[in-house]
Design a protein around this ligand. Sequence first.
Ligand code: AMP
Length: 281
Amino acid sequence: MILFKKSEDLRVWLADRGKQVGKTGFVPTMGALHEGHIRLIEACRAVSDLCICSIFINPAQFNDPRDFAKYPVSIEKDLEMLAKAGTDLVFLPSVEEIYPPRENGLETYDLGGLATILEGKFRPGHFQGVCQVMSRLLKIIMPDDLFMGQKDFQQCLVVKKLISLLKIPVGFHTVPTVRESDGLAQSSRNRRLTPGQRKNAVAISRALYDIRDKFVSGDVGAVVESAREKLEEAQFKIDYISIARATDLQPILKWDGKEKAAALIAAFQGEVRLIDNMLLN
Ligand code: AMP
């Protein structure tokens, strides 16, 4: 496994050697890796000749500086996991490498309604930050295929939109969410939960499974209310519970059971903000 810290070195290497090896796949991460990330690496390896992973905690996408400061870091263990999973190349840039101080101002992208609902509403600026880092990483690496997790469903839609705005020729792959045995979606943030919070945290996936398995069609209101009760019983402070069109995340009020739909939840367990979602059909 080769490690690069400088964009220019990576660019030169890819231009020189990388492209000769065939198809390049890319898995962007913020480190603190778990099985979910490794599943992305496996999906990448399955269709790529060269599997590239980046580890970069992107300050631009944290609307809350405390969240950024507390983001878990475990580089050595991450590199071990990546090597074991068969990653060929890791890009580990510094903040200055991605956001050179001499650059004036960050670009903004027209993400339409996606920017202002759900995560966009509760984390203002978050998706602009995601796009800023993703556009830079994609321009440096220029992969044939990009792999991201359904766990961050809205992020997948945002990045697909970015790719179409920038007309970047890359195949987008959404990889299903990897869960703990009790259903909790794996997340780097789970590490910050106390044992008691960890037990409560399962209420999110339970609520989502409940909606997916019992909701066939009709008014959304009662379904959301029942999920709200379950989450509140488990001490969650809720940002949103939404049943939405899977294509653009616009809310559905009455579901015909046919339109592609997803249930999405964001809620705090103590200070830790967790998100999860499930496709309903
Ligand atoms: P992060 O390091 O949190 O920025 O995540 C890097 C990538 O891993 C993103 O595309 C996430 O959607 C994906 N990811 C995070 N958690 C999971 C999970 N439990 N299952 C599958 N993919 C995940």
